[in-house]
Write a protein that binds this ligand. Sequence first.
Ligand SMILES: [Zn+2]
Length: 298
Amino acid sequence: MKNESTHDAWNGKLPFYVAGTLPVSERTAIQRHLEGCETCRAELRQWQLLATAARSEAAAREVLLPPLSPVVRASLSRRPSAGEAVRSAVQLVWAQWRVLRVLLPGVVLVLLLGVLGTLALRDDPQAALPLLALAPIVAAVSVAFLHHSESDPAWEVVAATPTLTGALVFARLTLILTAIVIVMLGGSFAVSVVTGQLLASLIAAWLGPLLLLSALATVLAIRWTAAISAGVCLALWVTIISMLVKELAGDPLLTLSLQPLLDPGWVLFGGQLVAAALLWYLSLRLARGQLVLSGRLT
Ligand SMILES: [Zn+2]
């Protein structure tokens, strides 16, 4: 043994040499060392015996898996039909009910307060104000918190499910907005019956801003966080409503009147819908390809 330290270095690497996991340069070097070192050659034979035994043992226990069923194989490569796509979208929306069950009672309570407020102001020309003030911001804040690791009660399930973020966000959005809109329609109908106000203009007063602010909340929540989204929407909406209230009190802050918000015509309502659609299109673009992170460790 002419070189102790080289011998020690290569001797320790013999198992890796046998397993074939050494880089090429080390393989050549160890072969060179083996030529001149009987101790290492003897040990190498031991390792080779061990490796052969382990491999044949593993091979003996190996069970061939049955081939993938042709049905499964076909369903993996097939695109779903329109009917199936709709059914799976409905299932995805329905699966979000678990999350919304936590959120809905509070949302409904606040919206009912808005309806009661409007009923209390029934003879006032600004009767729609409580509905206008509450419905959009309740919807926007709910929407903002629908998709976030810190606020989502089902986040662990979400993180373990290979579903597109966009699909999930829009499934929840559909469900929460549908729920809010149903409550609000019921409330508006009650207000309209009690006060004799035109149902269509009552609905238009909250529906346009609700869709627009929710769309903004979606974009902000996807691009940044739920907290930023909720904060920005809240600040924006409180500002608009306070300016409207000041204007109604005869002390306008702007030269532009905000009163049309209370009784929007078709142009304002249509403008709100178009702006909301554009924002949702933007959020869809932002969410596309953002996989929900099957496997993301949070
Ligand atoms: Zn050696």
